[in-house]
Design a protein around this ligand. Structure first.
Ligand code: RB5
Length: 150
């Protein structure tokens, strides 16, 4: 069973034009906690990545959705938070695999690399795809990296 009722949602200025369309699409099925950014003037994507990441690790939300220009900056920032697996997807297929193989709890997308329809479709696939337990050992090894002393 997938328990993805609650979503944490965050964007930067690059996603300004599409953020409300994506948010409305998500609100048809999910409770959406919107952490901004609400303006169109330049902002710093790590500020929104951390808000969404914290909501996910603190279990306020089941999953997170982050959108910047490419999805890359958001994923780099969110992955600094212990307990987060943030993944960029660039197709329907990779949106499915980050859930199925990588157990991602945050999906990152690019407003400059995909249409709003593609973004909504990829999010929908990500949220309905189950993790396959046969990949568990790899996820455990990723989690252990968070505990290493260098
Ligand atoms: C902002 O111009 C841009 O750098 C940001 O949205 C994102 O694409 C970073 O990875």
């Amino acid at each position: 069973m997938i328990k993805n009722n609650k979503l944490a949602f965050g964007t930067d200025h690059a996603a300004y034009k599409i953020r409300n369309t994506v948010k409305k699409y998500l609100q048809r099925k999910y409770k959406v906690y919107d952490f901004g950014f609400f303006g169109y003037t330049p902002c710093d994507y790590p500020d929104y990545a951390i808000k969404v990441a914290k909501a996910v690790v603190n279990k306020i939300a089941d999953k997170g959705i982050l959108i910047c220009g490419t999805g890359i900056g958001m994923s780099i920032a969110a992955n600094k938070v212990k307990g987060i697996i943030a993944a960029v997807c660039w197709s329907e297929y990779t949106a499915k695999l980050v859930a199925q193989h990588n157990k991602a709890n945050i999906l990152c997308l690019g407003s400059r690399t995909a249409t709003v329809n593609e973004i909504c479709c990829r999010i929908s696939i990500f949220l309905k795809t189950l993790f396959e337990e046969r990949h568990t050992q790899r996820i455990i090894k990723i989690k252990k990296i968070e505990e290493y002393k260098y």
